[in-house]
Design a protein around this ligand. Structure first.
Ligand SMILES: [Zn+2]
Length: 180
């Protein structure tokens, strides 16, 4: 492999985000021939999906904002590290799958933090943003699209800032709430 080939490989693997290593992320692109598992959502998720739509309207300013054709269901996340995943299929459709055992033991705030993160992938088309900021010696996530979901205390305390960032990708509201 000569230098130019190494360079091209580096560009390709950077753009794919994998470089031949397993993709340790919960936005999973499915292979050709794989089809979506569900057509409609489990009613268990209706309240939080409605909350996501209301937040989307409020924070994006788009009164027409909807989740659209993105069903949410319990199932196999296909990776023990992930409590939830967004599967993206070759036909352009997406779906969110949540691990039921985790859901049943999680607080309402943590459920919302996880499901909004997954809808961030599946509905908003967002990828991970792992930026953290130091606040009085503590590390805080500056996006709920961090690969590790925002915990329930942080999410409850800074919900408006996180939702502003989620729907508009502007962080100033969150920074101000952090006191920086
Ligand atoms: Zn994710």
């Amino acid at each position: 492999m000569n230098i130019s080939r190494i360079f091209i490989f580096a560009i390709i693997c950077l753009s794919l985000g994998s470089c031949g290593l397993p993709l340790h992320r919960d936005l999973v692109v499915k292979n050709k021939g794989e089809v979506r598992q569900f057509e409609v959502s489990n009613p268990v998720f209706a309240n939080i999906v409605t909350q996501f739509e209301q937040a989307g309207k409020q924070y994006s300013g788009n009164s027409e904002f909807t989740v659209g054709d993105v069903p949410v269901n319990f199932g196999d996340t296909e990776n023990p590290s992930f409590e939830g995943v967004c599967f993206s299929y070759p036909d352009g459709r997406t779906e969110v799958i949540i691990r039921e055992s985790w859901w049943n033991s999680a607080s309402q705030a943590l459920r919302e933090s996880l499901l909004f993160h997954e809808l961030g992938h599946c509905v908003l088309g967002r990828d991970h943003d792992n930026e953290t900021v130091e606040v009085n010696g503590a590390s805080r996530k500056s996006s709920m699209m961090n690969a590790v979901i925002v915990n329930s205390n942080q999410y409850s305390q800074f919900r408006a800032g996180y939702l502003t960032e989620l729907f508009t990708q502007t962080k100033q509201t969150l920074y101000t709430a952090f006191g920086i």
